[in-house]
Ligand binder design. Sequence first.
Ligand code: F6P
Length: 319
Amino acid sequence: MKRIAILTSGGDAPGMNAAIRAVVRTGTFHGLTMFGVNRGFHGLMYHDFIKLTVNSVGDIIHRGGTILRTSRSKEFRNAHMRMRAKEALDYFGIDVLFVIGGNGSLRGGYELAATGVNIIGIPASIDNDIPGTDKAIGFDTAVNTVLEAINRIRDTATSHERIFIIEVMGRESGQIALAAGLAGGAESILVPELPFDIDDVVKRINSGIARGKLHSIILVAEGCCSAIQLGKKIEKMSRQETRVTVLGHTQRGGTPTAADRILASRMGSYAVEMFLAGHTNQMIGAAGPELVMVDLQDVVDGSCEFDREIYQLARILSI
Ligand code: F6P
């Protein structure tokens, strides 16, 4: 009987639990034995395995976070610690390790595969910056969380006729800022992928005021610049009262949206089916409505294109 181990690693993402549930239940359906590894690669190196059954994953589909806990393991970057992780998998007789996480975690899986371990990756990151997949689990929920915040801030911004700078997550990725900015009607969207011009931001604020706009919302990805510093500069340049809200880790928690639960359920189940069909060292990706397999090598070597058309659309619609 084949044995599957699952771990979640890196920043948690809403929908990780739904993915764990889908892997465990599909594996059980096919008669496989399922294990969970606590705290990501850390637990792998320190033999922190638990048996997972159909019941272990009951009542979790709606929960944010991850029941397996997570970590960002620096130790795992050492080759000898990865050998230790392989030994743990051999000790438990594991045939394949499912890694649920973002770019750092998938790279960790790729490096572990070099020791001879079979790996299947499932992309989960609110940043949605994983090469080889249109969507990562958790992104839709994070965007909706930001949108809810924008809606609330808009009310108070209008009442006080203020400018609001809202900082969202994304050290290297402007995906959350772009999607929430378009959906929330932000006047300016500042992302790490593109240079920005503060004069243009202020010009857009002023032209909005000139045609009677009662507020301005500027969405800034954390990797772009400090929202607090930006707020001070904009207040000075525009001479308008300005406030800053940093949404921070509120974006990582919360119950996953239907879209994230469905994506996680499909990806988790497909991952098991693909392993049973003989595939390893692949990541599951979403290509439009289809699920596909992407070589882990291509994931670690790849990069994500920033959607300039959507960016331009957001600019046009918020004149
Ligand atoms: O998981 C991705 C992410 O949320 C990024 O958007 C953010 O920059 C980072 O993680 C924050 O990580 P941590 O919670 O470890 O500070």
